[in-house]
Write a protein that binds this ligand. Structure first.
Ligand code: HEM
Length: 225
């Protein structure tokens, strides 16, 4: 992709990522957050986190399936960092507005309410990913170790989805949509990783066969000579 369309798309991505925050800030200033402002903030930031995490995870399989979309990789870090931004706003909404900065209450909530435990686990799993999102961290850790660390996005999104289900009243199926989307993305990534592995194994076996043929040909030339 050339420079100008990329700048345009990046600008659009920033605007789209900042839209939920801008809407919340505007609604707060206008006193228009609905009958339960705390819930509105928690719901908007929580759902935005999950959506951004799902889009971030979808980039790799999309690039593999449609190589023309290779440029999408340039958006992965931006989307991942915005996911962490909303996750942190969401967590701080709990700390400030639900728990009123009461550390004792927070500790007892994390210990006793399983959906809070699961949410906290999701946020803690995202923390090292955000902390190592710079080029400097990739250089320092080495590509392989960095990639392995960034696999934490899988348990993080799974914890996020479970947290979504566990804070719902029984019988409410709101989280179903995002659950199906996340399941499809995770399955696509598994299938593509398996296909890549098979291809690599087949290529290695082909190389070994060629080496064997070359060696036996060399032996027979030597024998006839
Ligand atoms: C990656 C991390 C997280 C994700 C993806 C996430 C996602 C969500 C989602 C989607 C909702 C439901 C929104 C709705 O019903 O529309 C929610 C609600 C909520 N989450 Fe999280 N969450 C995360 C972390 C946390 C953390 C760390 C805490 C607190 C320690 C937390 C506390 C809450 C609370 C209090 C609610 C509202 C429950 C209610 O009022 O019924 N979440 N979260």
């Amino acid at each position: 992709m050339t420079r100008y369309p990329l700048i345009l798309l990046k600008t659009f991505a920033w605007i789209a990522c900042l839209a939920p925050f801008t809407w919340l800030a505007w609604a707060a200033v206008m006193n228009n957050l609905g009958p339960d402002p705390t819930a509105t903030i928690a719901f908007t930031t929580g759902r935005t986190t999950l959506r951004l995490l799902a889009i971030t995870l979808a980039i790799s399989p999309l690039r593999r399936l449609l190589p023309r979309l290779g440029w999408l990789i340039r958006f992965r870090r931006l989307l991942g960092l915005f996911a962490f931004f909303y996750a942190t706003l969401h967590m701080l909404t709990y700390v400030g507005l639900y728990a009123g900065f009461d550390v004792g209450l927070m500790i007892s909530d994390i210990a006793k309410r399983r959906y809070i435990t699961m949410g906290m686990a999701a946020w803690l799993l995202l923390l090292p990913l955000a902390a190592t999102s710079t080029q400097w961290s990739i250089r320092k850790l080495g590509g392989k170790r960095w990639s392995r660390l960034h696999m934490l996005i899988y348990p993080a999104i799974v914890c996020g989805v479970i947290h979504f289900w566990w804070q719902m009243k029984p019988g409410v199926l709101t989280p179903l949509g995002i659950t199906v989307i996340v399941a499809v993305i995770l399955l696509a990534r598994l299938v593509l990783a398996w296909a890549q592995r098979r291809k690599a194994l087949a290529a290695a076996a082909g190389d070994a066969r060629n080496d064997g043929r070359r060696q036996s040909k060399g032996n027979s030339i030597r024998a006839t000579g």
